[in-house]
Ligand binder design. Sequence first.
Ligand SMILES: Nc1ncnc2c1ncn2[C@@H]1O[C@H](COP(=O)(O)OP(=O)(O)OP(=O)(O)O)[C@@H](O)[C@H]1O
Length: 239
Amino acid sequence: MIAIENVHKQFGALHVLKGVDLSVQKGEVLSMIGGSGSGKSTMLMCINGLEGIQQGRITVDGVEVHAKATDLNKLRRRIGIVFQQWNAFPHLTVLENVTLAPRKVLGKSREEAEVIAVEQLSHVGLKEKLAVFPSRLSGGQQQRMAIARALAMSPDYMLFDEVTSALDPQLVGEVLDTMRMLSKEGMTMIVVTHEMRFAREVSDRVAFFREGRIHEIGSPDQIFENPQQPETAAFLKSI
Ligand SMILES: Nc1ncnc2c1ncn2[C@@H]1O[C@H](COP(=O)(O)OP(=O)(O)OP(=O)(O)O)[C@@H](O)[C@H]1O
């Protein structure tokens, strides 16, 4: 379980997260939606310790992310993250790119890492692309490679930060389908997204961020069909 308690985050004078409380259970898919600058991406960065916090507490299966004694590298191995864009190493093949983390971080042999990488690349539908260089992949395929790379670490949690935002519209579907597949397999996922259809169809819960707080959280049915807060309704109308 990921537990977020009264988290505050500031960048200098800019108070970006103003007391966020949230817990995400094992196997749950939580989507974070909200306007630009409402703090969604920052929240993700705080969860895996890429950003510090000024107040509050985040724990992942009881391990406090920002405690001095916490081995962040060890914790991060359990939390895969996929960003809007991942710059793969251009001189390495798709297979080589995905073997890197298991080899360097998990200390697997080349052979072991390749077995893992082939498995995960097949999983995301890129079995035919193992020997190809990343520049030859479409944007959607590159994002699926980034997902395979994160999965190669056998994470317990996956965080997605607007992974389809940089894609041409016709490539969005294949990436969302891959995420949908992971959710069906029981992966615990936190997804920052502007894809309302995905949030609606795949999430167990949807959190609407506004001005650094979770303004409303509920089932997709509640948020999209029957929002309790006028600001939630206004946001959904505006997009
Ligand atoms: N490293 C940083 N240094 C300073 N300010 C930052 C930094 N990262 C984010 N911010 C600011 O924090 C605020 C929240 O940004 P964040 O990216 O979390 O919002 P968001 O809800 O994910 O927005 P979007 O949907 O546009 O990505 C913004 O005002 C942003 O400019």
